[in-house]
Structures are given as structure tokens and as C-alpha cells.
Design a binder for this molecule. Structure first.
Ligand SMILES: Cc1cc2nc3c(=O)[nH]c(=O)nc-3n(C[C@H](O)[C@H](O)[C@H](O)COP(=O)(O)O)c2cc1C
Length: 134
């Protein structure tokens, strides 16, 4: 996705950005999961969010954060602040399953554990309930 530039909105909106806006507009809600780099939100994700700022797509759109690292407290706080400022309807519960440093095979094993399956299903059901009452 190109770097956000307010001069490239409206008729000059890049096609990748138009697809993102369309996807967010059509979604009942969005789930954001991202790593943390140097205590920040990854630039690519922030850039994608920047393209959504002056549109209607994010306004009132239910959103939930899920994280795979128990350390990523700066990124999740920054992301919550950015998304609230953009008028996403941020669901206050965050799902966290610690996968930091795990190899793909270990990740599969951890995600298949009963407690984690229940946590994921519970979080999605609760988020769906949050979407329904809005
Ligand atoms: C350059 C770099 C900076 C990072 N900075 C942070 C950080 O500030 N906080 C954090 O929780 N994790 C940090 N990480 C860990 C990444 O978030 C993590 O490596 C990424 O989510 C991929 O997960 P994995 O290493 O378990 O595969 C950093 C990783 C790299 C490569």
C-alpha cells in the first residue's frame, strides 16, 4: 500500500487503498492483530489506518484487538488510542495468547490446546455479541 498522502484521496485514491476501504466498509467488524516493533505499532499497519482516517469506513465500526505477545503493551495502547481517535467502536476486551518466539509447529500445538480454543471461541462470540447490540 502506498504511503498515506492526503493529496491522493478522493478521485486519486490508489486501488489498493480503495480495496481496503471497501473491505472495512463491508465488514461487520474488524479484528486487528499486529506485532510490536521498538515499542510502536508497525509502520505498515499505521499507514493502512491513516488511509482510513478521513473516510466513513471506520466510524462506529466494531473492532477488537488480539495479541500474540504478552510484552506488546506499548503497541496495543497506541493502537487503541489511534483507533478510538478514528471513531472505531473498540471492544474493550483484548484476546492474548502468548506465542512469542514459538516455531510454527509449536504455535499450532498451543492454539489447539483446549483452554486456548475456548478462549478464542469465547472472544469471538463475545465480539459478535458486541457487534449485534450496536
Ligand atoms: C526489530 C524488532 C523489534 C522488536 N521490538 C519489540 C518490542 O518493542 N516489543 C515487543 O513486545 N516485541 C518486539 N519485537 C518482537 C516482535 O514483535 C516479534 O518478533 C514478532 O511479533 C514476531 O514474533 P516471533 O518473534 O515470535 O516470531 C521486536 C522484533 C524485532 C525484529
Amino acid at each position: 500500500m502506498p504511503i498515506f498522502n492526503p493529496d491522493d484521496e478522493g478521485e486519486r485514491t490508489p486501488p489498493e487503498v480503495a480495496r481496503l476501504i471497501e473491505a472495512v466498509t463491508r465488514a461487520d467488524g474488524v479484528i486487528v492483530s499486529c506485532p510490536e516493533y521498538a515499542h510502536g505499532v508497525p509502520g505498515g499497519l499505521k499507514n493502512a489506518l491513516d488511509w482510513l482516517v478521513s473516510r466513513d469506513a471506520a466510524v462506529g465500526k466494531p473492532a477488537m484487538l488480539v495479541h500474540a505477545s504478552p510484552r506488546s503493551l506499548y503497541a496495543r495502547a497506541a493502537l487503541a488510542e489511534v483507533m478510538r481517535t478514528m471513531s472505531f467502536a473498540l471492544y474493550e476486551e483484548t484476546l492474548e495468547i502468548a506465542l512469542l518466539g514459538k516455531k510454527p509447529a509449536e504455535v499450532e500445538t498451543i492454539l489447539a490446546e483446549d483452554a486456548n480454543r475456548r478462549a478464542m471461541r469465547g472472544a469471538i462470540e463475545a465480539f459478535a455479541g458486541f457487534i449485534r447490540v450496536r
